[in-house]
Design a protein around this ligand. Structure first.
Ligand code: GCB
Length: 618
């Protein structure tokens, strides 16, 4: 009852606030970045909500949702000498935005709760233009106020969101206040437990984007796997003038098509791209695609390629493909903070490239857009994932709604990147839970409906029979997935690496490509001993050798993303002198040095690259 009331409130009130808007292709729009030092107030007791005059004793979440008026923290100054206002943003310290709060202030290292940000921006309203406020991500919940009035709120720590703030903004100086709340809660996605740092705050770019009254909100253009040489797509306008003529063109290919949008601002398009050079990791060719409406123009660089499966093979533009990959968290270990910039992406993806990867698994949540766009530019294939991780509340409809909204946002943002080939709907979820299967199948149906050009998978557990030494993937979700993928951890959880010699992989029930989405071992940089000593670089390197020898014998093995590129921070990893708050399974240490296992994997990848080489014939 209470839940139903809350959901209803959410629906009703979100439409009262500044409107939530879809703003695809944000990096290619003329925009003003609000990056800088923003004032902040840490608010573990929710004083920002509670001290409000109209406060009614709901819980904070409901207050946040229903308060269309200002919170107490609204940047008000005392009007009289005797007026008591118990906060002052101007005299409060600052945090750099974008950026997580944990890595910027020692006292916020472990902080999980509410924190209020404040900044100002100037604005000169232009007639017939709308002002949009775009956030790359805020972890986990954001409540956004412009000049003391609510622009809207958003949940989901790794998804972009945007509000139309035209009615709230004024000429001159405007005050922007954002409450970010990164509490872990059972019904959130992810839920209470993960194995990464719960970085809080405005972790990604914040942009002010001015658009025409009716603007190009979203578009899709990808090669049609059912009709080679044809690009399928659509465009969607937002605004009052929805019936327009829109022309999509690819000047380099000399093709264009004009269409008329319908009353929803929507039109489907189809282009002849038979003369296009296809996108390959070795030649990541992209074309400028221009969308020209009567009231707006927008362009993007888009590559064309077909990814599909045939039996146990993965095919890229018809060529048999092997995925030499690595898992990544969105973290720069040497800075000990969330990655958020193009420079961070260059560092992380540059390491993957040096390892001779052609594939990265962006674990366990959608990474920032710089990562995906740079992978597209560099020629790194990508596995994208949502944080449906371990045991979330599979039986809770609000949790499902949240997971679905996250998967929609992921596809919505990255659907035009040729690099992205696999959407992953989950990681290591309990296979015996029937609610969970329904949950994942529903998410998969949504993804396939949104994007029929890519593959769907999830990182699954394996089933090991200790008496016969047979390993199978018995998870029923493997029937749904296009690619069977497992996090197997042989030699680390429950055995030593030589177990890899004994086990028999039986994947005969799946006539699909088989990926290993994780294996790995912790190693402390420069801790050296014999291979049997756990936590050493020697043990980790031994495990990599055993693993790779074993995997190479599996006939349907089509790729691997070992866990993980670099050591990463995790509050659950506390072995003194070894972990000290870090998961040490990185091939690169927390201070940026390569461990022995790096070289084992690199040699294997050099070899696999030769073995699986193909010729590009266009
Ligand atoms: C896993 C999880 C990953 C953990 C890793 C580990 O299976 O997917 O998030 O960090 O194992 O190190 O145990």
């Amino acid at each position: 009852m209470r839940l139903a009331f809350f959901l209803l409130l959410n629906t009703l009130t979100s439409s009262l606030f500044g409107q939530a808007i879809v703003l695809h292709n944000a990096p290619n729009r003329p925009a003003r970045s609000l990056a800088g030092n923003w004032h902040y107030i840490v608010d573990p007791y929710e004083t920002g909500f509670r001290n409000h005059r109209n406060w009614t004793p709901f819980d904070e979440k409901e207050a946040a949702t229903t308060t269309s008026a200002a919170p107490y923290y609204m940047h008000r100054k005392p009007a009289h000498r005797w007026e008591r206002i118990e906060y002052d943003f101007d005299r409060s310290p600052t945090l750099s935005v974008p950026g997580d709060w944990n890595s910027q202030r020692p006292e916020l290292l472990y902080y999980e709760g509410s924190l209020w940000y404040q900044t100002t921006f100037t604005h000169q309203p232009t007639p017939q233009r709308r002002l949009l406020l775009y956030f790359g991500a805020v972890n986990y919940r954001a409540d956004v106020y412009v000049n003391g009035r609510k622009a809207g709120w958003h949940e989901g720590g790794y998804a972009p969101f945007c509000f139309d703030i035209t009615p709230l903004a004024q000429a001159g100086v405007n005050t922007l206040i954002v409450r970010a709340d990164n509490r872990r809660e059972r019904e959130r996605v992810p839920g209470l437990t993960t194995d990464w740092w719960n970085y809080g705050g405005i972790t990604r770019d914040v942009l002010l984007v001015e658009v025409a009254q009716t603007f190009i909100a979203d578009f899709f253009l990808q090669e049609n796997p059912q009709k080679r040489g044809r690009a399928m797509g659509w465009v969607r306008l937002d605004g009052p003038q929805r019936l327009q003529r829109v022309t999509v063109s690819i000047p380099e290919l000399g093709v264009q098509q004009s269409v008329r949008t319908d009353t929803n601002g929507y039109a489907a398009v189809e282009l002849d791209i038979s003369h296009a050079k296809r996108w390959y990791p070795e030649r990541p060719k992209r074309y400028e695609v221009i969308w020209q409406a009567e009231t707006d123009t927008l362009s993007d660089l888009i590559g064309f390629r077909i990814i599909e499966t045939r039996g146990q093979d993965l095919l890229l533009n018809g060529k048999r493909l092997f995925l030499r990959g690595i898992c990544l968290h969105e973290e720069v270990p040497t800075r000990m903070g969330r990655a958020y910039s193009r420079e961070d992406a260059q560092l992380l993806l540059g390491w993957a490239r040096e390892l001779n990867c052609n594939f990265v698994r962006l674990a366990h949540y959608p990474h920032n857009e710089h990562m995906v766009r740079l992978a597209d530019e560099m020629g790194l294939l990508v596995w994208c994932e949502v944080p449906v991780y371990w045991g979330i509340a599979y039986d809770n409809p609000a949790t499902y709604a949240q997971a679905e909204s996250q998967v929609r946002a992921m596809v919505q943002r990255d659907k035009n990147r040729a690099a992205v080939i696999i959407w992953s709907v989950a990681n290591e979820t309990p296979r015996e839970d029937p609610e969970r299967l329904r949950f994942l199948n529903n998410m998969t149906a949504v993804v396939r409906q949104l994007d029929p050009t890519r593959l769907v998978s999830a990182a699954l557990d394996r089933t090991e029979d200790r008496t016969t030494n047979r390993i199978r993937i018995t998870d029923p979700f493997a029937q749904t997935a296009d690619v069977v993928s497992t996090n197997e951890y042989l030699g680390w959880y429950g055995s030593t690496p030589d177990r890899c010699r004994i086990v028999q992989w039986d994947l005969s029930e799946h006539s699909k490509p088989f990926l290993v989405s994780e294996f790995g071992a912790d190693a402390l940089l420069n801790y050296r001993a014999d291979s049997l000593t756990i936590w050493t670089e020697d043990y980790q390197a031994w495990l990599y050798r055993e693993q790779l020898d074993m995997l190479r014998k599996i006939p349907s093995w089509r790729g691997v993303t070992p866990w993980i590129l670099a050591d990463f921070r995790s509050p659950r990893r506390n072995l003194p002198g070894i972990q000290d708050g870090w998961n040490r399974k990185g091939l690169i240490s927390s201070n940026g040095y390569r461990k022995q296992a790096w070289y084992v994997l690199k040699a294997c990848y050099d070899d696999l690259a030769r073995q699986w080489a193909y010729t590009i014939d266009d």
